[in-house]
Design a binder for this molecule. Structure first.
Ligand SMILES: [Zn+2]
Length: 490
């Protein structure tokens, strides 16, 4: 009897338990209409939005669309303007020269062909060249008023070697030209693609700022230039650089807030974020040149819009800050800006729950980047299991994915942060077929899986938002010290 009773009792409890769980999922199911969610994804990843490049009109349209979804969901606006959600991110674009030529020994080196400009402003210069075996020799050589030539040994370290360049400038040199011979093991064309294009950075343009010492690379794999420089006492040269300038680029993070229900816990904020930019229109595959960015990161952005809707109706105990981030593809610019200029003091933010994707390899699991970093793992496992998914951690730690998306901006500032990703069991053709490719399109995704993924993101955030413990770094984590600094400074 007793045994049976216990069994029945436990059975009944089990039923109650699963009903309680199902009630949470049922509430998510009732709030998130699948067709509505899919329509957000269809719109954001449509050809009309032209790949949502940072700096494009279409990304501004996407941002406005997200802001109005936040408004519908009742989010408190945290934008710069009263009643709006847009946080201006001051981005500038550094435009490479339209023309740059170095003429020496009757030969012209030209921008984008056999010349690259790393630093400096527009100029016209007639002077002489001085060749140094080693840049360190500048003190014993007469470099004043001259352009210093040297052989480029290592392009990577040259890019970082600002001290030597400053020293050269102080010694009165007019420029530095490094000769890219056959030594460096990097294809020249790769450097051209990387350096000879507009580059975005955070910050206002400072018109007072000096351009700095002109720093150029010229390509000569024949070694002729070095021989000629060594053989002549005085080598006349002219340098002409035109069209270098900086311009401001319009960019916005979209920020709203949901107030928590618990009088104490509502002072603790959880950031939910996803970047909504992608890479725009590029060369493409001949058929298509629009990079729709469905996986990266239309799905994450839609997951965020869904979460805003759900928590707008069913807030947890802690408060939530919902942020659609700009400029991720250009170097995590929107998230870096936010952590430096947060709308709620960062020490009142206890967790950042990012959602960003490159793709997925299978439909049975989600990836948490990373497990064993913060103490919230069990909550994510529970949320995923409630929609029938498993959870895996980082399967490719050597790729350092954790530090390649917006969560690292929060982590570096000390806020415990993770990325809730679709499954990444390997970096193989299941990913590369779509990752930063024009066919990362809406019609190529498994919607059944995507819906489960979206729901588990909401459910995990709800569990974290209601948790009786505070999210924090696991002891010994790389970012734990930053966390100590952030939260204990009062
Ligand atoms: Zn992304």
């Amino acid at each position: 009897m007793k045994k049976e009773f216990t069994f029945l009792f436990l059975f009944a409890l089990g039923l109650l338990g699963s009903q309680a769980l199902n009630a949470q999922m049922a509430r998510i199911n009732q709030t998130i209409d699948p067709l509505e969610a899919e329509s957000h994804l269809r719109f954001l990843t449509s050809d009309e939005l032209k790949g949502r490049n940072t700096g494009s009109e279409e990304l501004l349209i996407a941002g406005r669309y997200i802001a109005e979804q936040f408004r519908r969901s009742g989010l408190i606006p945290l934008g710069d303007q009263e009643g709006d959600y847009l946080q201006r991110v001051p981005l500038h674009s550094a435009v490479p020269p339209s023309e740059a030529t170095v003429s020496i020994f009757g030969k012209d080196f030209e921008n984008g062909k056999d010349l690259l400009m790393l630093n400096g402003g527009n100029l016209t210069l007639e002077t002489t060249a001085v060749y140094l075996e080693d840049l360190q020799d500048y003190e014993s050589a007469d470099v004043k008023g001259k352009v210093v030539f040297t052989v480029l040994q290592n392009p990577r370290s040259a890019l970082r070697n600002q001290d030597q360049i400053t020293a050269l400038e102080q010694a009165g040199a007019k420029g530095l030209v490094q000769i890219f011979g056959s030594g460096p093991g990097i294809p020249w064309q790769l450097l051209v693609n990387y350096l000879n294009r507009e580059r975005l950075g955070v910050g206002e343009i400072n018109t007072e700022e000096k351009a700095g010492l002109p720093h150029l690379w010229v390509r000569d794999t024949t070694n002729a230039l070095v021989q000629e420089l060594k053989g002549s006492a005085s080598s006349a040269l002219s340098v002409k650089i035109k069209g270098v300038h900086k311009k401001m680029v319009k960019a916005f993070n979209i920020v709203g807030k949901i107030e928590g229900t618990d009088p104490q816990l509502k002072k603790e904020h959880i950031v939910m974020c996803a970047h909504y930019d992608h890479v725009g229109i590029q060369k493409g595959d001949g058929q298509d040149s629009i990079y729709n960015g469905t996986r990266d990161n239309g799905i994450g952005t839609t997951g965020l819009i869904n979460a805003a809707k759900y928590f707008g109706e069913h807030p947890p105990k802690r408060s939530i800050i919902v942020i659609a981030l700009t400029g991720e593809e250009k170097g995590l610019l929107g998230s870096q800006y936010y952590v430096n200029d947060p709308k709620i003091p960062l020490e009142e933010t206890v967790f950042a729950f990012n959602i960003d994707n490159s793709g997925y390899t299978n439909t049975e699991v989600v990836t948490l980047l990373d497990t064993n970093r913060t103490n919230i793992d069990a909550l994510v496992f529970q949320a995923a299991s409630e929609v029938g998914l498993g959870v895996i951690g980082d399967r490719m730690p050597s790729q350092n994915y954790y530090e390649r998306s917006d969560q690292v901006s929060f982590a570096s500032a000390g806020v415990p942060a993770v990325n809730f990703k679709m499954s990444m069991t390997a970096y193989d053709e299941r990913i590369t077929k779509y990752y930063h490719q024009p066919n990362d399109e809406f019609h190529t995704v498994d919607l059944d899986y995507i819906h489960k993924y979206w729901k588990s993101y909401i459910r995990a955030a709800e569990l974290i938002g209601n948790w009786n413990k505070k999210p924090y770094w696991i002891k010994g984590d790389k970012f734990e010290a930053a966390g100590e600094k952030l939260y204990n400074k009062k």
